[in-house]
Design a protein around this ligand. Sequence first.
Ligand code: ZN
Length: 501
Amino acid sequence: MNSGERIQRLRERLGEISDVGSALSLLHWDQQTHMPPKGAEGRGRQIATLSAIRHRLFVSREIADLIAPLREELDRLSDGDRKLVEATAYDYDRAVKLPEKFVQDLAQTESEAFEAWVDARRNSDFPAFSPHLEKLVTLQREKADLLGYEGDRYNALLETFERGMTVEKVASVFEVVGQEQGRLVKSICEAEQPHLPWLDQVWPSENQWDFGMKILADIGYDLEAGRQDHSEHPFSTDFDIFDVRITTRVHEDDLFSALMSTLHEAGHALYEQGFLKEDARTPLAEAPSLGIHESQSRLWENMIGRSLPFWEHYLPDLQAAFPGQLDDLSARDVYRAINQVRRSLIRVEADECTYNLHVILRFELERAMLSGDLAVADLPGAWNEKMRQLLGVEVPDDAHGCLQDVHWSSACFGYFPTYALGNLYSAQLFERILEEIPDFWGSISEGDFTVLLGWLRHKVHRIGRRMTTPEIVRTATGADLDSGPYLKYLNSKYKPLYGLS
Ligand code: ZN
C-alpha cells in the first residue's frame, strides 16, 4: 500500500468512527430533549454499547497499522493529510494509554458517583457524596499517571480539554485575573445599584422563543442545518457540519436568561457550522480545545449580546415581541439591565464580572484535591472559605456550594479552567476584531453581523484542528494567552455603568 492508499483507507475508517460518534451524539441529544422517562435505562445501555464500539474501532490494529508508516512519511503528504495524520496520531497515542479495564472502572465509578451526586445535591448532603468523590480523585491520579505528564500531575488532566496548556500558565494568569476582578467587583458592589422595577413582569414563553429564533436567523445560524429545542440544561451538539443543534430553557420570570443562553449556544453552533466541508467525518472538523470553543460562545453572548449597539438595533423588535410591556424603555435601559453585577453563589448564573472568580475557586480546589493538599472530606469548609475571600458571600448549604456543579461527579477534572480561558481568548479576539473591522459597531447597530461572522469563520472556524489553540490565538491576534484584553474590556464597560472612575 502506498501513502495515498493508506490515507484513503484511514479516511474511510475515521469516517465510520465519526458516524458512530454522530449516532451517539444524537442519542444524547434525544435523551435531553424528547426521550420519555422510562426510556432512560435502555438509553444508558445503548450509549454504553456504542461508546465501546467506537473506542474499539479507534484503538484497533488496523488504525495502528495505518498511522505507524504515515508518521514516517509526513513530509511527503499534502498539508491537509499531514494535519489529519497528526491529529489522529495524537488521539490514538492518548487513547491506547488507558487500558480497557481502567476505562470500564472509571465509567462504573463515574455513573455511581453521578447518581450519588444527584441525591446529595437534592438533600444538600455532602457526606453521602464524599466517598464517591474520594474514589474519583484516586482514579484521576491514576489516569494522569497512565497518560503521563511533565511537571505537575494536573497537567495530564488539563491536556484532555486544553491541549498544550499548563497549570503554571493558568495559575499565573488566574492570579492577576483574580486580583483585578475581585477589586472591580468590590467597587461595583459598593457603588449605587440600578433600580429596575420593569424587569418584574411575566414574559410569555412563546414570545421569548420567537424573539430568540429571529435573532438566531439574523446572526447567521443556518436553520436548515440546525434547530433549537427545549432542554433542562442548554447545550449545543453536532452530528455533521450540516446538522448542528442547540437547546435553551425558558423562564417566564426572566426576560433575558433564555435569550442569552440562545446566543451562547449559537456561538458554539456557528463555530461547528463553519468547519471545512472537506474535513467532515474526520477529527479535523473539531475545535482544538474547549477554551477556544467557549471563546466563540462568550463572544456572541457577552461582547455582542450585552452591548449597547446590539440593543439599539433590537429594541424595536423586543418591544414588538412583548406588546405593551416595554413601551417607555430605551436601549440604554436594556443595556443597564442586562449588565447587572451581583455577588452570587451559583456559577452558571454569574455575570461577566464575577464569573471567572467562580472558576478560579474550582481550579484551586481541584488542584489541591488532586495533589492531596486538600482532603476530600474537608472540601465544603475550603469551598465556603474561598467563596468568602473571592466573592464575599456566605454559603448557606452545600447544595449552593461545593455540590452545585456536575463536573466532579462526571470525573471532569481539569475542565473548569477552560471556561475562564474562553473568556480571556474571546476578549483577545474581540480586541483584534475592533481593530480590523472598520465601523464595527456601526454595522452591529444596523443588525449586520456578516462581517463579524466572516472574520470568525476565516480566523477560527474553518481551521478546525488544523492548528492548536495557542497557534490560532497567536495567528489571529499576534499574542499568546493574555488576561490584559479581558480586564481592559471589563473595566471600560463596567466602570462607566456603575459611575466609577
Ligand atoms: Zn459554552
